[in-house]
Ligand binder design. Structure first.
Ligand code: FAD
Length: 466
């Protein structure tokens, strides 16, 4: 069978590329090695983690906040098995929805491992041992990523686990040691902390979420500490050993002292690595970088003219929405259009409570690039909306060019900032100034007023409610 485009991998990059290509009149096939579509994001990433974050958030609120709202219920309790079941249902509905979209868009779905025979022929090896070869004029590789580990750690998937197992544990840990204070470690650490586990985050760098603006990491760490999470930053993990049900993590601190942490589960959340195993890239002659990523140019085209790659398997942020945008861009490019993607405006979000979100440059990046900027910051606690809901932690910070007032970066911690950040992204896409944002009438009372106020603070240094 011959297709215009064959997509390998059905994560957010792959399935969106397939839909867009089909919308533009291409004959498309998609290959997925697992029985369900949707990739990491829908099966073991974004969606299940958010389902557990929401369930645990409701429980935490019932225990810690209902009383202040005058609501009393008998001691709240939870059924962890039911929480995991609900999460599984959310995943099932989501992946089922993607199957529906494939059918609706007339996309041929092949279940099996896709591997190159040559630059235009892909072999699909199925679970039952059979295989077939399909032909594509163009190929899009969207094979994603897998959890990374450290060379001396052996993941046993029972007690020394990755995010995949952390989404379906048989019980709430007594003491969960999280190696890595990045987004995934903090989100899953939050889930279990809210459900009563002792949680210790061991981080190599001197701050959590090291890629985010320093003010954001500081505020998050402060709030998480209040919630009960313990942090050991500037700690280099040197060994992880299991003895029965006990996990011992050893690390050295800044002064080179050995520190030992003992728990019943250890989540290794040190990042993810691109996944190209079994793809047979060598048969098509596709080049990978030293770090195992597929090497692509600005059009996401590999060194082989008809082969493209998108998402976690190529350079850039390992995020579902980045993968999706790249899927759209390649599909449109192959249909002869001139698509656009602004890598500076891919939002970064942490879905804890409070949430954290950012777009554009951090203060540290602006300093490093020697760009003159001004900063306006507005505290969430000064908002009527925050006081009404009781979500007073956090802030919005707007960074603008000192001379032109153009917004260069926006950083937020607070309730619903995962959604709020898009106001900043839209403004920046249209190259708005801080004054533009400050002059837009924002609904009252809303959390979004903090964006207006921070923009005003950046523009003229005079927020109205502070
Ligand atoms: P993937 O989603 O990894 O999909 C790749 C697919 O290709 C997989 O289904 C795989 O089975 C298949 N495949 C691989 N090789 C082959 C082959 N040879 N043949 C056939 N099929 C193959 N990102 C966000 O933006 N927001 C979040 O909230 C978020 N939360 C996350 C939480 C967790 C716990 C994790 C682990 C990740 C999270 N991410 C989040 C990251 C997000 O999941 C990834 O960035 C995204 O899934 C990448 O999409 P992709 O299409 O590149 O690859």
């Amino acid at each position: 069978m011959k297709y215009d485009i064959i997509v390998i991998g059905s994560g957010p990059g792959g399935y969106i590329a397939a839909i867009r290509a089909s919308q533009l009149g291409k004959k498309v096939a998609i290959i997925e090695k697992y029985a369900t579509l949707g990739g990491t994001c829908s099966n073991v990433g974004c969606i299940p983690s958010k389902a557990l974050l929401d369930s645990s958030h409701h429980y935490y609120d019932a225990v810690h906040h209902f009383e202040e709202h005058g609501i009393s219920i008998q001691k709240p309790s939870f059924d962890f098995t039911k929480m995991i079941e609900r999460k599984a249902n959310v995943v099932e509905t989501t992946t089922g929805g993607i199957k529906y979209l494939m059918d609706k868009n007339d996309i041929a779905v092949f279940e099996g491992l896709g591997s190159f025979e040559d630059a235009t022929h892909i072999k699909v090896s199925k679970n039952d041992g059979s295989s077939e070869v399909i032909e594509g004029t163009n190929i899009i590789i969207a094979t994603g990523s897998k959890p990374a580990t450290l060379p001396f750690i052996s993941i046993d998937k029972e007690r020394i686990i990755t995010s995949t197992e952390a989404l379906k544990l048989p019980e709430v840990p007594k003491h969960l040691i999280v190696i890595g204070g990045g987004v995934i470690g903090l989100e899953l650490g939050s889930v279990y902390c809210r459900l009563g586990a002792e949680v210790t985050v061991v981080e190599y760098m001197d701050k959590i979420v090291p890629g985010m603006d320093a003010d954001v990491s500081k505020e998050l760490q402060k709030v998480f500490k209040k919630q009960g999470i313990k942090f050991a930053t500037s700690h280099k993990v040197t060994s992880v050993q299991r003895d029965g049900d006990t996990i011992v993590v050893k690390a050295t601190d800044k002064k080179d002292r050995e520190i030992e942490f003992s728990g019943d589960y250890c989540l290794v959340a040190v990042g993810r690595k691109p996944y190209t195993e079994g793809l047979g890239l060598e048969k098509a002659g596709v080049k990978v970088t030293e770090r195992g990523r597929i090497d692509v140019n600005d059009h996401l085209q590999t060194n082989i003219k008809n082969i493209y790659a998108i998402g976690d398997v190529v350079k850039g942020a390992m995020l579902a929405h980045k993968a999706e945008e790249e899927g759209v861009v390649v599909a449109e490019y192959l249909a002869g259009e001139k698509p656009h993607i602004n890598y500076n405006l891919i939002p970064g979000i942490v879905y804890t409570w409070p949430e954290a979100a950012a777009v554009g440059k951090t203060e540290e990046e602006l300093k490093e690039a020697k760009i003159e900027y001004k900063a306006g910051k507005f505290s969430m606690r000064a908002l009527g909306r925050s006081r009404a809901s009781g979500d007073i932690d956090g802030f919005v910070k707007v960074l603008a060019d000192k001379n032109t007032d153009e917004i260069l970066g926006v950083h937020m911690v607070g309730a619903r900032v995962a959604d709020l950040i898009m106001e900043a992204a839209v403004a920046m896409e249209f190259r708005a100034s801080a004054e533009d944002l400050a002059r837009i009438c924002h609904g009252h009372p809303t959390y979004s007023e903090a964006v207006k106020e921070a923009a005003k603070a950046a523009w003229d240094g005079k927020p109205l409610n502070a």
